[in-house]
Design a protein around this ligand. Sequence first.
Ligand SMILES: [Zn+2]
Length: 164
Amino acid sequence: MDLQEYLAESRGLTEARAKGGMAGAWDIIGTSGDHDQCERCGKSNLKKCVVMQSRDHADESGEIYVGTRCAAILKGRGESSKSQAFMWKKAQEAQRDHAKASDMKTLKRITGSRFYKQLKIAAGSKGPDRSRVVTNSIDRMSRDTNMKPDEIRAYLSGRGWKGI
Ligand SMILES: [Zn+2]
């Protein structure tokens, strides 16, 4: 069953069946500011959008965008406002964890580059050719890490590096 069929089937669930059948099938993986329509019930203008992932479809992403009410139903928690608030809290936590993990991944990519040390020395120098050497190192690091030079600059600036 593909994700859309799976999701369609979930629409017919009563709260009781959701409790038994679907609670373990969906994980809350974050929030989204880019979607304002619930993929389960079609409600639009969502203020809070929860990203969920079907465990059975994790290898093909398996993400759906739903409102807090449908999130609570899919997790077998009914649809009370308390359940919905709890879903939103879980979604925000997941989003924060996700951001932290992806930040760590970027950091590893940058510090793991063969040119990281060179860049660090260049950035710390005060010589007249500092900016040229910094640019040079970032270009090399860019090829090494497959990141855009601007991404590297933005990331390091965000971590307090001056004049990058
Ligand atoms: Zn919905």
